[in-house]
Design a protein around this ligand. Sequence first.
Ligand code: PGA
Length: 249
Amino acid sequence: MRNYFIAGNWKMHKTRAESAALATALVAQLKDGKHKYLVAPSFTSLETVGKIVAGSNILLGAQNMAAEEIGAHTGEVSVLQLKDLGVQVVILGHSERRHVYKEDDALINKKVKLAIKHDLEVILCVGETLEERESGKAEKVCETQTEKGLDGVSAAEFEKVTIAYEPVWAIGTGKTATPEDADSIHAYVRKVVSRLYGAEAAKAVCIQYGGSVKADNAAQLMAKANIDGALVGGAALKPETFVPIAKFG
Ligand code: PGA
């Protein structure tokens, strides 16, 4: 079996006590899990959750970070502060960051390079809106976001990057891309990676699917040749919905 990577993005949910309860349950219930795991709580819960997952098979992730290392950036969180809390992975370019908070490819690229410089793993999210899909632009949008997001990232640095394909229309909507549609975009993104970094890198890269992943569709999605994991939002908020996804297969 491939090394699947199952990540939970808790978004702007949970107090520290609620985060601690979820993390504690996941550490216990996933300790015999076969895949690679990550939880990404809110910034305010990173320290609490970090202490709970330390030494377990669950990585600690952040949901975003600033494009600058330090300085006068009110309301931002620096890579140095994330490293100080033991964060190992950062999610960048999530569609909520792109579309609600207007982050563009250039800004996301700056963050990607800064995270890698500080030895963080990166989950780079790409994905098209419904309008873009309906006008036949899904592949092109994902290609551009991948290419621009990775501009200036060397082949050696790319080993720290996971790509998450998250069609915007499927996030939090209950609509999932069919396994076939998702797989076809994943295959396309893999071709883009091959062009940028070569065939070996394209084979090795982990491409997660995200967008209304649930226990009852995870296995079918993951059975596809090009789907190597999942980035889970809503279903990541409770052990009873996340653990069955994390333990699929
Ligand atoms: P969802 O979110 O699983 O709630 O659709 C996925 C994500 O935004 O990463």
